[in-house]
Ligand binder design. Structure first.
Ligand code: URA
Length: 265
């Protein structure tokens, strides 16, 4: 009996260790290719300096969203975890067909613990509603990094304190997003802006060169032959700065709408 119990405890410890290692994995490797194209045709250039996604690997049982969210709330893998007011895990339907991915939380998001709640978020909600006829509760919204990157981490209450996440912060946080995607099993990811696009497609090209078409997500979360499509578009903050970008964004959202309606892209 004692020996059986000891064996079971050993198995449990090994299992828990493997779960932690999976989350701690630092993604690197494959670059994205346009949807339906072979790797030999139009592979994007590898990312520099933003870390590229992990190479395809065998999917594990998806973590449940509550325990994953708890893990993110307790995460201290990089400095952002010490300075943030709130971790910003993600929001929306855990069964969403489409996941929108931004760069990282800003001031408002840090205060509320929810992604895209500032001016960019209001514009994102408007795009969802007017072009796609969807509410934020019907899609899923998340970020590449889950905590607010600040120029001065000592002053989380200060405005104008935002900065882009560093490659190290992105690498530390990236496995959480893949775990979220594994759990949600979306058909499509929309990357909002250059940072999310570079990280998730493993490219160093800017958003204006990459948008306008769909790609296969380079990480095969559900095994070979079941790619998630990626549609890159402009970040809503870029549209606020330059309304001329709205026309292209509308085109990208129409591509998404057609994919959601027909399953074809
Ligand atoms: N910008 C982002 O990229 N993400 C947010 O959550 C808010 C603003």
């Amino acid at each position: 009996m004692k020996r059986e119990l000891a064996g079971a405890a050993k198995d449990l410890a090994a299992y828990l260790k493997s779960q932690d290692e999976d989350l701690a994995e630092v993604p690197r490797g494959a670059a994205a290719r346009p949807a339906g194209k072979s790797p030999a045709t139009k592979a994007a250039s590898p990312a520099r300096p933003i870390p590229a996604p992990a190479p395809a690997h065998v999917p594990v049982e998806p973590a449940d969203m509550d325990s994953l969210s708890e893990k993110v709330r307790n995460c201290r893998k990089c400095g952002l975890g010490h300075a943030r007011l709130n971790a910003v895990f993600g929001v929306g339907s855990p069964k969403a067909k489409v996941v929108f991915v931004g760069e990282g939380p800003g001031f408002q998001e840090d205060h509320k613990g929810e992604p895209f709640v500032g001016r960019s978020g209001q514009l994102l909600d408007k795009i969802l509603e007017t072009v796609l006829g969807l509410k934020r509760s019907e899609v899923y919204i998340a970020n590449i990094v889950k905590c607010h990157p600040m120029k001065n981490p000592e002053t989380p209450e200060a405005h104008g304190n935002d900065r882009p996440p560093t490659p190290e912060e992105i690498s530390a946080c990236r496995p959480y997003l893949d775990e979220q995607l594994r759990a949600i099993r979306p058909a499509c990811i929309v990357t909002l802006g250059s940072v999310a696009t570079k990280v998730l497609l493993g490219t160093d090209k800017g958003i204006s060169l990459v948008r306008g078409r769909a790609y296969d997500y380079p990480v095969e979360l559900f095994g070979p032959g079941h790619p998630i499509k990626v549609i890159p578009t402009y970040h809503p903050a870029a549209l606020l700065r330059n309304p001329n970008l709205k026309r292209d964004t509308w085109e990208d959202m129409k591509l998404l709408k057609s994919f959601l309606e027909t399953g074809k892209i």
